[in-house]
Design a protein around this ligand. Structure first.
Ligand SMILES: NC(=O)c1ccc[n+]([C@@H]2O[C@H](COP(=O)([O-])OP(=O)(O)OC[C@H]3O[C@@H](n4cnc5c(N)ncnc54)[C@H](OP(=O)(O)O)[C@@H]3O)[C@@H](O)[C@H]2O)c1
Length: 366
């Protein structure tokens, strides 16, 4: 049976406590220090992934014990070393490919140095993450009664590995697009790439509020590591597909904005009867798209560096989506702030959005 590895890390203190209940109530500074000293280790053995073609594979989660802020703040060499050690563990368990979860693919050159230091294939899983983010955003928009071709969209983190390709492909599907991140010069370069790709020139801004205030569809893929989208930034009735981990949407949005639909991007149903033997916070049978990409490549025996670096090609997004279909991977239903979104929830959000829009018209005297 073919074997894959996938490198994980805790996203926040809740995650740390889920894996190690004795961390409950401890200060984040102390926990971070302990994580810094911990070596990479085998987190779990995964069985039961069975393609609809009949092929079955197995895999391992390898933990790289850091919190998101440590990936960006600690010396690069120290961070790379622990990710490479996790990759070497995957090698020792017979994996022929290893996927880079969360910030293990965000740090530095997006996996290229890690790949150079391992003897097996490496993927960030970003191609399938992009495919599922786009699919989820468009499906959610349609469920909310938004017509994509007539809508305004925004992509946050649009100069990044995931955001750039999301913006390129989305530009073909919507009436107007705004792209945002912190570096204006990089945004201008990406705007030019989008123009070359689709013939449509997006607006660029580093002002997140300005980018979002008129957007009907938002794909959010920043590496900010915290809730940068504030409740008042969002247009009533809009859809936000939040791909970022940790999420870009602040928790307050769930409490204050009952008139917008926020969905978690990149969640996928795995074919077969998968047993992850660990709880990473999703219902049984659900994986992140980056994990799913590693599984799909293993089923295909495509042991090659697939999504690596910050230049992912749209063709790869199309290819991995069709391979996902071949093996029976599909978008999990919408989830928002850790709960399933029902048809009734969507009806309620639509009704709330209608009322909010009416109130806005009254307040500006229309
Ligand atoms: N759901 C999944 O399955 C899945 C899979 C893989 C990755 N992810 C997540 O997706 C996100 C993006 O990953 P990536 O590989 O595309 O990262 P990346 O290549 O490093 O890109 C990050 C983007 O975010 C922007 N950014 C960073 N901090 C920001 C801030 N404070 N405000 C606004 N923009 C900011 C960056 O541009 P500037 O530096 O110019 O601001 C860049 O455009 C990460 O959170 C990652 O963990 C999710």
């Amino acid at each position: 049976m073919q074997t894959f590895g996938f490198i994980t890390h805790a996203l926040d203190m809740n995650d740390v406590v889920r894996y190690e209940p004795r961390a409950a109530g401890k200060r984040i500074e102390l926990v971070s220090k302990i994580l810094e000293w911990m070596p990479a280790y085998k987190q779990s053995y995964i069985t039961g992934i069975r393609s609809q073609t009949g092929e079955e594979i197995e895999g391992y989660f390898l933990a790289c014990p850091f919190l998101p802020h440590q990936f960006t703040e600690l010396p690069r060499e120290q961070v790379y070393k622990k990710i490479i050690d996790a990759g070497k563990l995957a090698e020792s368990f017979g994996a022929k490919i290893v996927g880079l979860g969360g910030f293990t693919s965000v740090v530095g050159d997006a996996g290229e140095t890690i790949a150079e230091n391992l003897n097996i294939a490496v993927t960030s899983g970003n191609s399938y993450t992009i495919a599922t983010a786009l699919e989820g955003a468009i499906e959610a928009a349609q469920a909310m009664g938004i017509v994509p071709e007539e809508s305004s969209a925004a992509v946050i983190g649009a100069t990044g590995s995931i955001g750039r390709v999301c913006a390129q492909i989305l530009s073909q599907k919507v009436a107007s697009l705004t792209i945002t991140a912190r570096s204006l010069s990089r945004l201008k370069n990406v705007a030019e790439m989008i123009f070359q790709f689709s013939g449509k020139r997006p607006k660029v801004t580093t002002d997140l509020h300005a980018a979002l205030q008129n957007a009907d569809i938002v794909i959010s893929a920043s590496s900010a590591g915290r809730g940068i989208i504030q409740p008042h930034f969002l247009k009533p009735g809009c859809v936000v597909c939040d791909v970022a981990l940790p999420h870009d949407c602040s928790r307050e949005i769930a409490e204050i904005r009952q008139d917008v639909l926020v969905i978690e991007g990149g969640l996928v149903e795995v074919p077969g009867n998968v047993n992850f033997r660990t709880n990473f916070g999703y219902p049984q049978g659900i994986a992140l798209a980056c994990m799913a990409e590693t599984m799909i490549l293993t089923l295909e025996k495509r042991f090659e560096h697939y999504s690596l670096g910050r230049r992912i090609e749209p063709e790869k997004v199309i290819e991995i989506q069709s391979l996902a279909q071949k093996h029976g991977f599909k978008l999990a239903g919408f989830r928002s702030f850790n709960s399933q979104v029902t048809k009734e929830d969507i009806q309620r959000i639509k009704e709330n959005a209608r009322i909010s829009k009416q109130e806005q018209k009254i307040s500006i005297g229309l």
